[in-house]
Write a protein that binds this ligand. Structure first.
Ligand SMILES: [Zn+2]
Ligand SMILES: [Zn+2]
Length: 164
């Protein structure tokens, strides 16, 4: 999606809206395809007192295993991103600004990079997920195994005998 921003840049109070989709499904992260849908995007660029801003409201379905218990978690995620836009080339090294030299802004790559930067670093089924038993591999959220009681470290076993 290319947004033409000439009208917005030249007129205080002007705005332009767009709704479109951005392809996410083919993207791989850590060897899996975590995007179960493409992104639905609503974009609005507006000029307020000469300052042009862009807001991107993005939603998509994200599916990845829990980092601890590996249960597959499918969630609808929603993000909102805001950028300041400047026409022409500016001397500023400030990365917060996006330059739009010819009044045309390509949004697809911007949406994808915004999403990738904002994905949750830690992905858990719940904050207190107990994970998997390191001995038998059972999911400790669903079941309690006997490994912890039965598998005492042999060195500790000797100590225990000495104490007894
Ligand atoms: Zn979990
Ligand atoms: Zn176990």
């Amino acid at each position: 999606m290319v947004l033409n921003l000439k009208d917005v840049f030249l007129n205080d109070g002007a705005k332009v809206n767009a709704e479109f989709q951005v392809e996410l499904k083919p993207i791989t992260l850590d060897g899996i395809y975590p995007f179960d849908s493409d992104a639905e995007v609503r974009a609005e660029a507006k000029n307020k007192l000469g300052f042009v801003s862009l807001v991107l409201d993005v939603s998509f379905v994200y599916c990845r295993p829990c980092d601890r218990c590996f249960k597959e978690l499918r969630r609808e995620l929603e993000f909102s991103f805001e950028h300041r836009l400047v026409a022409g080339l500016s001397d500023s090294e400030d990365d917060d600004y996006i330059e739009v030299p010819d009044f045309e802004l390509e949004l697809d790559d911007l949406v994808v990079s915004d999403i990738l930067l904002d994905l949750p670093g830690k992905y858990l089924c719940s904050e207190d997920c107990k994970g998997l038993c390191p001995h038998c591999g059972c999911n400790l959220n669903d079941a309690e195994c006997d490994c912890r009681k039965g598998n005492i470290d042999p060195r500790l076993e000797i100590l225990k005998q000495l104490i007894d």
